[in-house]
Write a protein that binds this ligand. Sequence first.
Ligand SMILES: Cc1ncc(COP(=O)(O)O)c(C=O)c1O
Length: 365
Amino acid sequence: MVFGHQSHYTGRMFTPPSAGQRLHLNFNENNLGISPLAREALEGCLTQVNRYPDAPHAELVAALAEHHGVSAAQVVLGAGSSQSIHVIIEAVSRRAQDAGQPTQVVMPLPTFDAGLTASAARRLPVRGIPLLDNLEADLKGLRAACEDFAGQSIVYLCNPNNPTGTVVSSAELKAWVQSAPQTFFLIDEAYVEFVTDTRFEEADAWVREGLPNVCVVRTFSKLHGLAGLRVGYSLSTAEDAGLFAGFVPEMPVNLPGLLAARASLADTEFQRRSLEQTLQARDIVVQTLDRLGLRYVGPNGNFVFHELPASVGGNRSYRHRMSELHIVVGRDFPAYEGWNRLSLGTPDEMRHMTAQMMEVLGQVE
Ligand SMILES: Cc1ncc(COP(=O)(O)O)c(C=O)c1O
C-alpha cells in the first residue's frame, strides 16, 4: 500500500516503514533526497575520478567565497564540518601552545559531539556549562568560564544547538565576541537555514566584517542532504584560514563531493523545496506535541527536542516502543532522560510518525 505524494527528488511514494525498511528519524539527515543537479554531477563524474580534484576544489572554494561575500583565502574545506571542527580546535590550541599558553575548550552541554571528541584527541580540558532552565545555552556562564581561565579559551558554540534546536541571541553573542579579543569563537552553523527565531543572525556576517577571533563552520549534510559525501567548510580571517589549511590533508573532499556540493549550492530551487518541506514537517510535529501537551524547545533545526510523558518510562523505553513500529528516533542525552530528539523526515513521513506518536504517547497518560 502506498500513501501520500511521490517525491520529486527520489521518485518514490511514501510507504509505511517495515522491518526491512525502517524510518530513520535519528541523525538529523535530509530524508527528502538530493538536488537533481547534484545527482547529475555525481552520475557524470565517474569518468573523471582517476584525476586529482584540484580544479573542482578551487571552484567550490571560489563559489563558497562568492556565496558568503568573503575572499577564497578565507574558506577552508573539510571532510564534513566535523573535520573542520577538529582542525580548528587543533590549530588554535597549537598556536596557543607555541605562544606558551594553555588552552581550554568551553561549550554548553549537551551539544554536538565533535567539540568534545576534538578536545579529547588533543587532551584539552573541557569546561561544559549546563544549559539554562529554558534549555538555551548559558552565555553568561560560558563567558565566566573564559574569564576564569589564564590562557586560550576556545568557545565551541552550535547556533542553533544540537540536540536542543535553541539559539542564543546573536546580539549578545556578538557583543561578547567583540569585547573578548583573546577568546576564540568557533561557531557551528550546521542548521543555519532552518532558523526561525528572530534573535538569530548568521555569523558569516561577522567574518565579512573582519572580526578576528571568530570562525564559522557550515555543512552540506543538512539542507543539501549530502551527509554521505562529507562536505563542510570554515569561514574565518585569511590568516586563520592559512593556519587551519596547514592541519587539513591536501584536498580533504573527494571529487564526487566537490562536484555535488557545487551543483547543490547553485540549485536554489532544491534548497527552497528542502527548507519548505522541513518547515512543514516541523509544523506537523509541533502541532502533535501541542495536542499531546508536551513541551519542546526551539525548534530551529531539522529536528525537534521534546519532552516525553513520565509514564512512557524514559527515552530508552520510548525508543523501544517506536522501534517496534519500525521507527528509529533519537538517542539518549543523559541529562535529559525524559526528552527525545526527533529528526524530521518528509511531511508524509512525519504525518505517519506523529500518528504513531499519538498512539504511543497519548495512551500512556
Ligand atoms: C551541530 C552540528 N555540527 C556539525 C555536524 C556534522 O556535520 P558534518 O556532516 O558536516 O560533519 C552535525 C551533525 O549532526 C551537527 O549537529
